[in-house]
Design a protein around this ligand. Structure first.
Ligand code: HEM
Length: 234
């Protein structure tokens, strides 16, 4: 059967009660790596942002260690998210039903599921988060390397190689603004994962219940059921 809404590893595990695989082990480990990197980056970044927050460097072994750790973890996050991006971008492309879902945010928040359209693997909120995080990670990485340039030993004696001083000033502003938006998205993402009951286990155990899939991502579930020989109604 043609795959539109689901990833290759997704499948209905058992019929009674129905359990559905949502993320493979590799994806889950990589997701938590990205999450851990983001937390380290936010805390160490805040430590550099304002003197009253400098005490946060103690978490990482002092100012000097934090200074090299922050950009190195930034590189790890870039590649970790790149893998997530390659795996998930297609399923995060906007679809017609996303517009209707987004227009009915009131029903989403009030839990009136029957007024909402059937959805594939991700809803418009998750998709916005996905593209937002992708854009911000690129902005943070590019502006971060521009600021970091002077600390890179090979380039240190020939700076500025990549960016002039005025360009670096802009990079600092971009870096701080993107970090602020990233903190907002991060809070929203974690809040949504906890608020939608039964979601956290998708990233811990890798599975969700059939009821969860039917309620929140029915097109995804129907496609998996069709793929495994059961009729969509079943
Ligand atoms: C402690 C913090 C975090 C928690 C508790 C958390 C939890 C979750 C959960 C439960 C899901 C599955 C949602 C679903 O399948 O419906 C998910 C998906 C995802 N998370 Fe996180 N997450 C955290 C941090 C992060 C961070 C920092 C990033 C990015 C740097 C991230 C990127 C993603 C992506 C890309 C997805 C897939 C959703 C999509 O592609 O639209 N998460 N997260």
């Amino acid at each position: 059967m043609r795959r539109v809404y689901s990833a290759p590893g997704d499948r209905i595990e058992t019929r009674r009660p129905v359990t559905v695989s949502r993320y493979r082990g590799f994806t889950r480990v990589n997701h938590w790596l990205a999450a851990a990197c983001t937390i380290v980056l936010l805390l160490s970044g805040l430590a550099f942002f304002s003197p009253p927050l400098f005490f946060l460097t103690a978490l990482f072994g002092g100012g000097a260690t934090t200074r090299w750790l922050h950009p190195v973890i930034g590189i790890v996050l870039f590649f970790s998210f790149l893998v997530l991006f390659i795996q998930l971008w297609r399923l995060n492309l906007p679809r017609r039903e996303d517009v209707e879902w987004a227009r009915k945010t009131g029903d989403v928040l009030a839990g009136h599921g029957k007024n909402l359209p059937e959805l594939g693997k991700f809803n418009a909120g998750q998709k916005t988060m996905f593209w937002g995080m992708a854009g911000l990670i690129v902005a943070l990485s590019v502006s971060g390397v521009m600021i970091w340039e002077q600390q890179i030993p090979l380039w240190r004696d020939h700076a500025p190689v990549l960016a002039s001083i005025p360009a670096r000033r802009i990079a600092v502003a971009v870096h701080a603004s993107a970090a602020f938006l990233m903190i907002m998205l991060f809070i929203l993402h974690v809040y949504a994962a906890i608020w939608t009951r039964g979601t956290i286990r998708a990233m811990t155990r890798g599975t969700v219940t059939g009821g969860w899939a039917f309620r929140h991502h029915r097109k995804w579930l129907r496609e998996l059921a069709g793929r495994q020989g059961a009729g969509p109604a079943e």
